[in-house]
Design a protein around this ligand. Sequence first.
Ligand code: SF4
Length: 330
Amino acid sequence: MSAPLLEAEGLVRRYAMRRGLFGRGVEIAAVDGVSLRIEAGRTLGLVGESGCGKSTTGRLVLGLERPDAGSVRFEGRPMPPPGTAEWRRLRARMQMVFQDPLGALDRRLPIGEQIREPLDIHGLLDPAARQARVFDLLHAVGLREDHAARYPHELSGGQRQRAVLARALATGPSLLVADEPISALDVSIQAQVMNLLADIQARFGIAMLFISHDLRAVRQLSHRIAVMYLGRIVEEGEPDAVLHDPAHPYARALVSAIPHPGRAVRRILLPGDPPNPADRPPGCAFHPRCPAAVARCRAESPALKPRADGRLVACHVAQGEAEAPIRQAA
Ligand code: SF4
């Protein structure tokens, strides 16, 4: 197997927080031992509920935050310390697309200048060629050359996200981390931006970490899907396997919530809310909500392990390592 473009191993990111005004400080692990790999030109979809740690994982991968433990290798080399010349050189090869395009753009600068900015910062191309590159990028994302002179507030939401994409592509990255890139857009625009992302990936051969709470969006773009719960990956595999026959009970509940027009699908309703990361349940963190929990789940945290079908699953029952469930799914 060839070396992956990106390889993250055992990433951990903890934050200190205080319970109440005078309460004692506690540490929460937003990301708790995440490992992932992305091959060149492929997309890994990272899915889970809000607050499960997927955006933090994206920032760790890019070096925008330092992990408390674990490592990231990109293009076969360890990520250098942030702020160094080598880090800046590698960062030009890995770019991020944020959820809120208006927040990601500078309201005081014309779009064309913002797309050219990464070329200026990294000293790529000569100044005359940079303007031609800006126009090429505008065309690549479905905007016109006259959009270069406009300010962010003069564009629609969809056009702003296209401009953000053009800026992310300026340095010729080999990896895009797209964090909920369509969730701030009107539903009518979401499909256009998804098609554009697919088109860009096919044309430029860019790998992508596509982060979303929306399994339907993840399915459209991903070559593999990883499901996160409370800071950990609980299932990872090919989209067909994860979406048609999810192995982890949490993945089953997520998949059951996907609407299928004209087809009745029994939705699995999980009891309660995701637990507070500061009060992580012992054993499997999902056990208080899990319809398939067994006695072992309360005491022992399941490791993410490969199954015979090639999928990675963190579940005693799905691994065939546990006795009959305490209670069956409703
Ligand atoms: Fe449910 Fe147990 Fe599997 Fe956790 S390990 S998902 S509690 S069955």
